[in-house]
Design a protein around this ligand. Structure first.
Ligand code: MEV
Length: 432
């Protein structure tokens, strides 16, 4: 067994951690220097956020534009590594801007916390005991000792479920808590630990697991938008008639509706928007992803698209989305990471619901953009243009030459790093 050089890693300073890592992973001093470069989030602040910090990771922050949401113009910061995502959202938003943009709504910030009760002698009786004491328990929760009460939130409902398992029947108690403007994970867990012993005393048995559920079905946001046939036609620069584009989009949507293999990719595209905003605003994107995909399987037990499309009586395309969105604007990394704070300021949201409504609109825009492109010119054309720019930049083209190099690659239909380097050399040698 090799000596564990990471023993006590958490007690080391950041420089010491970097030196250990340098030796362990054979890093160059220049790579260590790169790891030390700070963005707005200082390495010292990052060290307070998670454990064993040795660097701060950077990703591009792009701005999706042209959004009209509930009558207000909005710009939306995205943190994402994938080219075309921001451009696609901005384009989809532009195409519905003059038909009213996005109409959105959201539930209150109700999160579910679960307590798993085992070894209960009479489950039916236990359920009744909880039901009978429910109002009393809710009253008991109205103490400022518990989080969210002073902000108007707190425990609003207690539900019970009985689930068969190989350990026999389990009694699952759900606490529904309004987490107001926080994501609520810590809040929920505090409520669960406060109530589990009290309920346990009442019903006997054993309170085992106590944790929030990330399937936040009571915390959804929704959005709707209309794309006219005129806008659909313009999106193809007149190459395809509007009514035809509409039919092609409905056909593409139907594919996702009937095939889970397609529906997952369809929903992944939606999450390109939603998760990018989650990252920009310091929200837990894993929780959001888990919840969205589970939600997509809840009805009639086949995995379904999170959006739906239809033609309205005026012949326009209507798109709708409904998605669980447990997001906060206070607490967590939003209090430490300056980029998150600035992104929230750019979004100009005063409540968690407002943020979730913007995310729903962005998810819908992202999905419309993807299926419109897939159903018409295909996804690669737009992608390749952006890839060409990336290759040109990676080949060393400065801002004056990026456009020229990428255009030449597209004309030659040869988009690669090698070709970008070759073209750049040729252009430079011509100039010398
Ligand atoms: C790529 O990140 C997202 C898409 O695959 C979504 C879709 O297929 O609907 C283009």
């Amino acid at each position: 067994m090799e000596n564990n050089v990471f023993e006590g890693f958490y007690k080391k300073t950041i420089n010491e951690r970097l030196q250990i890592l340098k030796l362990f992973s054979n890093l160059q001093e220049s790579e260590i220097d790169l790891l030390k470069v700070n963005g707005p989030l200082s390495i010292e602040s990052a060290d307070k956020m998670i454990e064993n910090v040795f660097a701060v990771h950077c990703l591009p922050v792009g701005l999706a534009v042209n959004f009209l949401i509930d009558g207000k113009q909005k710009v939306i910061p995205y943190v994402v590594e994938e080219p075309s995502v921001v451009a696609a959202a901005s384009n989809a938003a532009k195409l519905c801007y003059f038909s009213g943009g996005f109409q959105t709504g959201a539930d209150k910030s109700i999160m579910i916390g679960q307590i798993q009760f085992l070894e209960i002698k009479d489950i039916k009786k236990a359920q009744k005991q909880i039901e009978d004491k429910k109002e009393e328990l809710i009253q008991l929760s109205k103490t400022e000792e518990l989080p969210m009460v002073k902000y108007g939130g707190g425990l609003i409902e207690i539900q019970t479920r009985v689930i068969e398992s190989s350990y026999g029947p389990m009694l699952i108690v759900h606490l529904l808590v309004d987490c107001v403007d926080s994501m609520g994970a810590n809040t929920i867990n505090t409520y669960l630990e406060f109530f589990a012993p009290k309920i346990n005393e009442m019903i006997g048995g054993r309170a085992a697991i106590k944790i929030l559920s990330n399937l936040s079905i009571y915390r959804t946001a929704w959005a709707k938008a209309i794309w006219t046939q005129k806008a659909l036609e313009e999106s193809t620069k007149g190459a395809i008639k509007g009514d035809k584009v509409l039919d092609l989009i409905l056909e593409a949507y139907e594919f996702a509706r009937v095939d889970p293999f397609r529906a997952v990719t369809h929903n992944k595209g939606i999450m390109n928007g939603i998760s990018s905003i989650a990252l920009a605003t310091g929200n837990d994107w894993r929780a959001i992803e888990a919840s969205a995909h589970a939600y997509a399987s809840l009805n009639n037990s086949t995995y379904q698209p999170l959006t739906k499309y239809y033609k309205d009586k005026d012949g326009n395309l209507v798109g709708e989305i409904k998605v669980p969105l447990a997001v906060g604007i206070v607490g967590g990394s939003t209090t430490i990471n300056p980029t998150n704070k600035i992104c929230l300021k750019i979004l100009d949201v005063k409540t968690a619901q407002e943020l979730s409504r913007i995310m729903a609109a962005a998810g819908l825009a992202q999905n419309f953009a993807a299926i419109r492109a897939l159903a018409t010119e295909g996804i690669q054309r737009g992608h390749m243009k952006l890839h060409a720019r990336n290759f040109a930049a990676a080949a060393g083209a400065d801002s004056n030459l990026i456009d020229r190099v990428s255009r030449m690659m597209i004309e030659q239909n040869k988009i690669s790093l090698d070709n970008a380097k070759k073209i750049l050399e040729e252009l430079k040698s011509k100039n010398n």
